[in-house]
Write a protein that binds this ligand. Structure first.
Ligand SMILES: [Zn+2]
Length: 332
């Protein structure tokens, strides 16, 4: 199991205690769906809860010392199954969970527990199940065998079939305050304050997403996006620039939307941009009027919606930059 290191993040601890208590009282729904923004800590909570339900200790957090904890940490506990879409196929968009994965999970659920406790299955993230996988999981949701706990995570419950969603107990994870997120990141990453601030702003305040961004050089990549946008605005060919984004069109689309939104926000309220104020201000000076920018935002949102389906990354990145650059067409 890809165990998360370090103590339980404080904004998740209350939910863990509540769910563990409900399980202790025999009142936890057999299928819980942990819902929350990308990077709030759904996977962390799902894995910790799974380990906690199998732990022989009494605390809500896994003790880390009992035989069950040693097995879950090593990823070899016989009564735990983890289906993680992103760890099965590489690439930013991750892999799919297919019907054979769910069939294997269902046969695991029919077995007797080997260590005498619960059996726990975790699916991360549940919206990666294709239609037949989701249909297959319905069998479990409708007639759950006793002693089996299913934990699902999702960044967007609406992307799950209603038949699945309505048969789960949805638990929404609250995001931390900005202060709490900064304090937690400060203890975990080796980066200066400006980088941490930028990463948190790019991650809509979600600390795990900010941590991932910092450890993958994402803040540097964001500055490349700013540079490319400025270059495209002053005449460079978007099709050439887009080549660097063919593996990350979603990221490009989200960031360009953030920059355009920042420009509109600055113009409306005279506020500094949430990210890289000087560079965003420079882009604002050469961009078209607000109506043009709103139109660009609509088109970018369409591209991001289209990217929820698998697509050619380079074509998507080209389309994003070609549409974005129309914001600067009239004046440049
Ligand atoms: Zn334990």
């Amino acid at each position: 199991m890809s165990a998360k290191s370090g103590p339980m993040p404080p904004w998740l601890a209350g939910t863990l205690v509540r769910l563990a208590q409900r399980h202790g009282d025999g009142e936890l729904h057999h299928a819980i769906l942990l819902s929350g923004r990308p990077g709030v800590g759904k996977q962390w909570l799902a894995e910790t809860l799974a380990r906690s339900l199998l732990c022989a200790g009494a605390a809500p957090e896994p003790c880390g010392a009992c035989p069950a904890c040693r097995l879950t940490e090593a990823g070899t506990h016989p009564d735990l199954r983890l289906l993680h879409a992103d760890e099965r196929e590489k690439g930013e968009e991750g892999g799919s969970i297919v019907v054979n994965d769910i069939r294997e999970l269902l046969s695991f659920m029919q077995l007797s527990p080997q260590m005498g406790g619960a059996r726990v299955a975790v699916i991360i993230p549940a919206e990666r199940m294709n239609r037949s996988a989701a249909n297959s999981l319905l069998k479990f949701l409708e007639e759950p065998p006793s002693g089996v706990q299913l934990i699902l995570t999702t960044g967007n419950p609406r992307r799950l079939p209603p038949t699945v969603r309505s048969r789960c107990a949805i638990v929404t994870l609250p995001p931390p305050s900005r202060e709490l997120a900064l304090e937690w990141l400060g203890r975990r990453v080796d980066a200066d304050e400006r980088e941490v601030d930028l990463a948190l702003a790019l991650s809509a305040g979600m600390p795990m997403a900010a941590e991932r961004l910092l450890s993958s050089g994402g803040t540097g990549l964001f500055r490349t996006a700013l540079k490319h946008l400025a270059a495209a605005a002053s005449g460079s060919d978007p099709v050439v620039l887009a080549r660097e984004w063919e593996n990350a069109p979603q990221r490009l689309g989200r960031w360009v939307m953030l920059i355009v939104t920042d420009i509109l926000r600055m113009r409306a309220g005279g506020l500094p941009a949430t990210v890289e104020p000087e560079r965003v201000a420079a882009l604002s000076n050469s961009a078209g009027d607000d109506a043009v920018l709103h139109l660009v935002l609509e088109r970018l949102a369409e591209h991001l919606r289209a990217l929820e389906q698998p697509l050619n990354g380079r074509l998507a990145a080209e389309a994003i930059l070609l549409d974005a650059v129309s914001a600067w067409k009239k004046r440049s």
